[in-house]
Design a binder for this molecule. Structure first.
Ligand code: MN
Length: 396
């Protein structure tokens, strides 16, 4: 039995044509794909992240790009179910074969790529990641620098035999990249800056996994002033880390996460950048399109519990009844793999139910999923714990 190549099935040709434009370079900048997210709870939801990745690869073929940049957090953790990894490797092999290896996928490690999903044990960095495996299989280019080396040896050209290196040239573009440099990367970045070479006629991209302070509320980041020295040697700073999209000063780009990794991601502008760099009169002209990706549909619903419920059955009945009216228009005929089948984010507010009938989110989830045509539900219990009734005040 032969398994069809995903891309041949989709595009119906045996090998994608190569980009022939000489004075133009086209690439996709994506980040924070978080492959492997949701894999333990819901297989269809886990597939959403793989689907977003496939969509990026499809776009690369449709747009005849020269390469794809992945700004870290390609995987969500080091823990990976074999089935998920098998799918990812198979897609990447299909892509390499279909594009005749003409569209390189260039990645760096983000904090999640080197993070073990926390189970109370702090995982020491031992230099392991799934990206290293994909790099050794020859299906991606993993860039990393040796920051302890003298300046001129920090970024070695990527060697396809040893599969190591910190920079790679494609046409007149040089991409430099390092692994995640931690929460305070400034001292490392000054080493990085000294090691970057600015040559005439060469467009420099630096691939990094950090956020810029102020772009996300209450999330620490690097001060914009502190990275200004990089600007003299970097034409395009390709970032990942923050799941919210932003563009700063016409040289700093962060595309945001490909799928919503947590519910708040849904409120951010996100997607990928499709970038074209052309040379006109010895100057670089940059053209950037923001491309949103197809994400899973989602619904927010809030249920307000007016009084303290003392009977477990009552809670379930109230929740199911309320949802019956708000979800009544949902199509019952949608397959779970279809993105139109929504995720439900349910907030419970008001009076906290009595201790004797505490809501078990697992049980409630099963009940709701069995009753309504949704893919999954996440319950948030946000009660007004110290809410006092008028009676409390009078008695006090
Ligand atoms: Mn991330």
């Amino acid at each position: 039995m032969t398994i069809e190549n995903h891309f041949t099935t989709k595009f119906g040709i045996s090998i994608a044509p190569k980009s022939i434009a000489q004075d133009t370079v086209k690439f996709i900048h994506a980040s924070d794909i978080h492959l492997g997210a949701a894999q333990y709870q819901n297989e269809d939801r886990a597939n959403d992240f793989i689907h977003a990745f496939k969509e990026i690869l499809d776009l690369a073929i449709e747009e005849h790009v020269d390469f794809i940049l992945l700004g870290g957090d390609v995987f969500t953790s080091l823990e990976m179910l074999p089935g998920i990894l098998t799918k990812i490797v198979s897609i990447l092999k299909d892509f390499k074969e279909f594009t005749n290896n003409n569209i390189l996928i260039i990645a760096i490690e983000g904090n999640h790529d080197i993070r073990k999903f926390s189970r109370g044990v702090r995982f020491e960095r031992r230099g392991q990641s799934w990206l290293k495996l994909l790099n050794s299989l020859g299906v991606i280019i993993l860039l990393d620098a040796d920051l302890n080396a003298p300046s001129e040896e920090i970024f070695k050209p990527y060697n396809f035999k040893t599969k190591q290196g910190g920079k790679i040239q494609i046409k007149n573009i040089v991409v430099y990249g390092t692994h995640y440099l931690g929460e305070n990367p400034i001292s490392f970045l000054s080493k990085v800056r000294k090691a970057l070479v600015k040559n005439n006629g060469i467009y420099n991209i630096l691939l990094q996994h950090f956020g810029i302070e102020g772009q996300m509320e209450n999330v620490p980041g690097v001060n914009l002033e502190d990275i200004q020295p990089l600007r003299h040697r970097v034409d395009y700073l390709a970032l990942g880390h923050f799941h919210k999209q932003y563009v700063l000063e016409n040289w700093i780009y962060n595309p945001g996460s490909s799928e919503a990794v947590c519910s708040i991601d849904n409120s951010f502008k996100r997607g990928v950048f499709l970038v074209e760099i052309s040379t006109k009169c010895e100057k670089f002209v940059k053209n950037i399109k923001l491309i949103p990706l197809t994400n899973r549909k989602y619904i927010w619903d809030t249920i307000y519990l007016k009084y303290e419920i003392r009977n477990k059955k009552d809670i379930e009945t109230i929740i199911i009844n309320k949802l019956s009216s708000s979800l009544k228009n949902l199509n019952t005929d949608v397959h779970p793999s279809n993105h139109q089948k929504p995720l439900l984010y349910l907030i419970l507010k008001g009076r906290e139910p009595n201790k004797s009938c505490k809501i078990k989110e697992k049980d409630l989830r099963v009940k709701i999923c069995n009753t309504f045509p949704i893919l999954d539900v996440k319950v948030y219990q946000k009660y007004e714990k110290s809410l006092k009734t008028l009676d409390n005040y009078i008695l006090a």
